[in-house]
Design a protein around this ligand. Structure first.
Ligand SMILES: [Zn+2]
Length: 80
């Protein structure tokens, strides 16, 4: 039995690791090692990561705009 790396709760495989082991001939530990998180947890995590990325990109775009503004005003002051 393995715990989800995202929520920390036990992952219950369906079909069970033992059942998959019997069908495929691979050790049950192979399947418990394969699934280290819940599918739902992964979806939530991906969503969070995507929104994190979006807010980071937005923040970077804002900084970019600001630095450009600073640059253009300093250029102007150089002319005068
Ligand atoms: Zn989970």
């Amino acid at each position: 039995m393995r715990n989800c790396t995202i929520c920390g709760k036990v992952i219950t495989l369906s079909p069970s690791a033992a059942e998959r082991s019997r069908k495929t001939g691979k050790p049950a530990s192979y399947f418990t090692a394969l699934f280290t998180y819940h599918a739902d947890c992964l979806l939530i995590k991906r969503k969070e990561e995507a929104s994190e990325l979006m807010s980071r990109l937005r923040a970077e775009a804002l900084i970019d705009k600001r630095s450009r503004k600073v640059l253009s005003t300093s250029e102007k002051s150089d002319e005068t």
